[in-house]
Design a protein around this ligand. Structure first.
Ligand code: ZN
Length: 448
């Protein structure tokens, strides 16, 4: 795979700017081969030089380009390319750790281009991920690289401001099924099971069967959206609640369909009234078919009368790192899919939004991607596929992620499914959700 040098230049410049996070100082950080660094160091002072390890040339796209193990550590953080060395030369700092290639490697999901292992849903398994295996999934490692560069700039006496706190809160809800439709058999089975197993008599399946939908255990968005608005008002943080809506006309193996049902319109109206934005929840089957992604978006726009700009895939299903081009081409501006089903953490390596870069050609796209850090199912889902944490363990794990986001001045993306949130399902998700929202308010403090 041969990359266009102009595109590599653009991508590496963009990454420098992304890592420095302060446009005043971007021009003091350069990415060059060692011989050019040594030449430039003679003529000027006060720069950070990151030495190019040759990642974008040599054997780009081949197995031999994957990071050599064991990984080296620079400034206490594992790097994927370059050497764990640094030099001071004529008032400049020369970093041999290739932080640019290392950041690119994580942000583009480069390893997934080469490692073709997939799980039964076609997703790249967390157990194959270098971030998981090297114990880097619990930190935004790319942001840590940025922190190192900023520390070096400070060392050179530049006045870099550190920004802590949440830049944004995204509370996101994948509406896999907004209401249940019980057949006669389902109704009898559900009521029977509840009597035998939980010693409770429930009536909503009967009402549902009779066409009375008021008592709908899937209707949990009203509680969540109201609470999220409350966090926004109390803290003054830029907060968005997004409901991702399935937009298929026909159901597939793993996706329900409901958009064109007459019961759906009032539900979407209610979500909007409660302050939510609507996004698209790309169906299981459309995830492998760019044309189907377009069709689903078109249908959702027709049904809602809104320009739909946000996407997240059902089952977080993006099989290849370059499938993101489907969403760019379909007209979305933002994607919220990058996270693992199995574990919480920073699959994107950052808690800041970033333009998606296509790992096949280093092209910077028009699509902004947001890492999804905490998904309810990962915490409460069963082992061995998911984490199956106790309530106490779940709080601790989520707290650690939230603290990292806060310390790195980033955005939280917390995914809570309407269907799992149901108190009747016997899990502790509602308590965890309440705890997380309270913790955010406590951490930030009330707005003055
Ligand atoms: Zn889903």
């Amino acid at each position: 795979m041969k990359l266009d040098s102009g595109r590599v230049d653009e991508a590496t410049k963009y990454l420098i700017s992304f890592l420095v996070r302060d446009e005043k100082y971007e021009s003091f950080v350069k990415y060059l081969y060692e011989e050019d660094v040594l030449k430039e160091c003679k003529s000027g002072v006060g720069k950070i030089y990151i030495v190019n390890s040759g990642f974008f040339e040599n054997d780009y796209g081949q197995k031999s380009s994957l990071p050599a193990k064991p990984l080296k550590e620079y400034e206490g953080i594992k790097i994927f390319y370059g050497k764990a060395e640094e030099k001071r030369l004529n008032g400049n700092v020369v970093i041999y750790a290739d932080l640019i290639a290392s950041a690119y490697f994580v942000l583009t999901r480069y390893e997934e281009l080469i490692n073709e292992k997939r799980d039964i849903y076609g997703n790249f398994p967390a157990s194959e991920s270098i971030l998981v295996n090297e114990d880097l999934i619990n930190i935004p490692v790319v942001d840590y690289y940025g922190n190192i560069i900023r520390r070096k700039l400070k060392f050179l006496n530049y006045e870099i401001q550190e920004k802590k706190g949440f830049s944004k809160l995204y509370f996101t809800h994948d509406i896999d099924i907004p209401f249940y439709e019980y057949s006669f058999t389902d109704m009898v089975k559900t009521i029977g099971k509840s009597i035998i197993k939980d010693k409770r008599f429930i009536v909503h399946p009967l009402f549902n069967y009779l066409g009375i939908y008021k008592c709908n255990p899937g209707k949990t968005w009203d509680y969540m959206l109201a609470r999220e608005q409350d966090v926004k008002e109390k803290t003054g943080i830029d907060t968005e609640s997004i409901c991702f809506i399935v937009a298929t006309e026909k159901k597939d193996e793993y996706t329900q369909t409901y958009l064109c049902d007459k019961k759906t319109k009032p539900i979407l109206d209610e979500m909007r009234q409660l302050g939510a934005l609507l996004g698209m929840h790309t169906s299981y089957s459309a995830a492998v078919d760019g044309e189907a992604v377009r069709r689903e978006r078109k249908l959702l726009i027709e049904e809602t009368g809104e320009e739909i700009l946000y996407n997240r895939n059902h089952f977080l299903r993006q099989l290849r790192p370059y499938d993101l081009e489907y969403y760019e081409n379909a007209g979305f501006t933002d994607d919220f899919t990058t996270g693992f089903n199995e574990v919480i953490g920073f699959r994107l390596g950052t808690c800041h939004p970033i333009k998606w870069i296509d790992p096949r050609n280093a092209r910077i796209s028009n699509l902004t991607i947001h890492g999804m850090e905490i998904m309810d199912g990962s915490v409460i889902g069963e082992k061995p596929y998911q984490m199956e944490l106790s309530f106490e363990e779940g709080k601790k794990a989520c707290k650690a992620i939230i603290d990292e986001i806060f310390d790195n001045g980033g955005e939280l993306d917390f995914l809570c499914h309407n269907g799992m949130f149901d108190n009747k399902s016997g899990n502790y998700l509602k308590d965890l959700y309440d705890w997380i929202l309270d913790y955010i308010v406590e951490k930030v403090g009330l707005k003055q």
